[in-house]
Design a binder for this molecule. Structure first.
Ligand code: ADP
Length: 493
């Protein structure tokens, strides 16, 4: 047999369909066979018992007839009387033998067969049961095709005190069990027929059930295969109306899982390509600047200075991007890295505003802090400081000269709220939906000037999420932007 065939057979034997088939088939066939054997045995046994009961009744009649006859009389007056009475006795017993369809022998104590409804009259009986019956005990022998009885015929002798029994002879009866045999043959035929039908029915039912039970699993398997071969990821799942709800749920959950993983993989790929692009841009600029310096000789000192300053800026930009990337990757690693403690939020905000004020002043931007109440909350101090820093820095960066940046801090019994509002360039509605994406910049050229990495808000959102908080943006182009952060006062892991 070739290897493939063996593999195929093994896989069929291991399949759920085959196992369901075998289990259901056995569950139907085994009880059917056991109960048909039981029914057959009980029916044959009952029939035999009934027959034997009827033999006992016949035996009583035969015994009475023989005892009332004169089979064992030895003293006779004359031959004619003897002959008459023998003939009369024989006729009666013969009638009974015919009526009960049995063989009757009347045997005297010397085991001479006095009468036989068969043809052994006058011979000696050698049957063991007859020999035993002569001792006065009734004998019953069941053979395969017949039952035999030996009934002793006894008379009592002596007085009431010294009473003893004398065995005159025995009556031997033999009833054929041919009838029982016929009955059991018929019965076997019926039972065999019925159980064959049930076995066929069982096999069909087992097959149908194995198909019905395993079909949904095959559908799931097919759908998984389709997904794994990336044929069908975005296609709506093929759900059968009458599928089991569990199967539909598995299908749906699986698709949701795959779709989530696919989105993750796509965004990961996008991220890698963005990172490469972002890291390449400053290097390309530096290469152009350096090449143009190298390509020309005897350039004035100021030009060298200017070009080198540009190269230095690009290096700073590259450095910013790498620092932010490392921060973002670190943040995404695990929640164990968050270092929560009870922190005075007002103090953090004030410190950062103080630090950023000089930058704001260079653009004549007013920095205002509105603190509605002192706020103490469970946060990671360093990470939360970087949230405030990013938002205020952006509010200054994307503001107009002579603008304002207002930072407000408030709380209720559950959360604290940090609001950073500027009077800057604003963000269009479509862009508002994307500002938290990595490397997203509304105006690439402007960002180039400011040296932003495009990762600041992505990091900010990541930190706020880690604190189980939320961040929202409200903006109108040309009027200004407000970022609102809401963080729970108590950190629950
Ligand atoms: P970047 O380093 O470029 O500032 P961010 O992730 O901090 O990166 O911001 C993403 C983009 O969102 C910015 O490039 C800018 O276009 C826009 N943006 C962020 N804050 C503001 C703001 N206060 N006003 C206007 N635009 C903003």
């Amino acid at each position: 047999m070739n290897k493939n065939l063996i593999e195929k057979i093994r896989s069929v034997l291991k399949s759920l369909k085959f196992r369901v088939f075998v289990i259901v088939a056995l569950a139907i066939i085994l009880p059917t066979l056991i109960s048909s054997i039981f029914i057959y045995n009980v029916a044959v046994k009952n029939y035999t018992e009934k027959k034997i009961d009827s033999f006992s009744g016949a035996n009583t009649v035969i015994r009475n007839t023989v005892e009332n006859g004169h089979f064992f009389d030895e003293v006779v007056e004359d031959a004619e009387t003897t002959n008459n009475s023998v003939l009369q006795n024989n006729a009666q017993v013969e009638h009974l033998a015919k009526a009960h369809q049995c063989r009757i022998q009347v045997i005297n104590s010397k085991r001479v067969i006095l009468y036989d409804s068969g043809s052994d009259a006058g011979k000696n009986s050698v049957a063991r049961a007859v020999q035993k019956g002569m001792a006065g005990e009734k004998q019953f022998v069941q053979k395969e095709d017949a039952v035999e009885y030996v009934i002793p015929v006894v008379i009592s002798s002596g007085g009431s005190e010294t009473e003893s029994q004398i065995v005159l002879g025995v009556i031997y009866t033999r009833y054929s069990l041919k009838d029982v045999e016929n009955y059991s043959l018929n019965m076997r035929r019926y039972v065999n027929m019925a159980s064959s039908l049930l076995v066929i029915f069982g096999l069909i039912l087992a097959w149908v059930l194995s198909v019905v039970f395993t079909n949904p699993i095959q559908r799931i398997e097919k759908s998984i295969t389709e997904i794994s071969q990336a044929k069908n990821i975005d296609k709506e799942p093929v759900e059968e109306e009458n599928d089991y709800s569990e199967v539909m749920e598995i299908s749906r959950d699986f698709r949701a899982l795959v779709s989530r993983l696919t989105t993750q993989v796509r965004s990961q790929q996008e991220f890698v390509s963005n990172v490469s692009h972002e890291l390449k841009t400053p290097i390309t600029s530096m290469k152009i600047l350096a090449d143009s310096l190298l390509g020309q000789q005897g350039l004035p000192e100021e030009l060298y200075q200017e070009f080198l300053q540009d190269i230095s800026k690009e290096i700073d930009r590259e450095n910013n991007i790498i620092t932010d990337l490392l921060e973002l990757v670190r943040m995404e690693k695990s929640s164990a890295e968050i270092n929560i403690s009870s922190v005075n939020i007002n103090e953090i905000v004030e410190t950062i505003l103080r630090r950023l004020k000089p930058i704001a002043e260079s653009k004549n931007i007013e920095v205002i802090f509105e603190s509605f109440r002192p706020v103490i909350a469970d946060v990671d101090e360093i990470k939360f400081a970087s949230v405030v820093n990013n938002l205020v820095e952006n509010a200054i960066k994307y503001n107009n000269t002579d603008g304002t940046v207002t930072t407000s801090l408030n709380s209720d019994h559950q959360y604290f709220y940090l609001k950073v509002t500027d009077t800057g360039i604003g963000i269009s509605e479509e862009a508002q939906e994307r500002v938290f994406e990595r490397f997203f910049r509304v105006d690439k050229a402007r960002t180039r000037e400011t040296g932003g990495s495009g990762l600041g808000l992505a990091i900010t959102k990541e930190i706020v999420d880690k604190h189980h908080g939320s961040i929202k943006v409200h903006s109108k182009e040309g009027e200004g932007t407000t970022f609102t952060v809401r963080i729970p006062l108590k950190y629950i892991r």
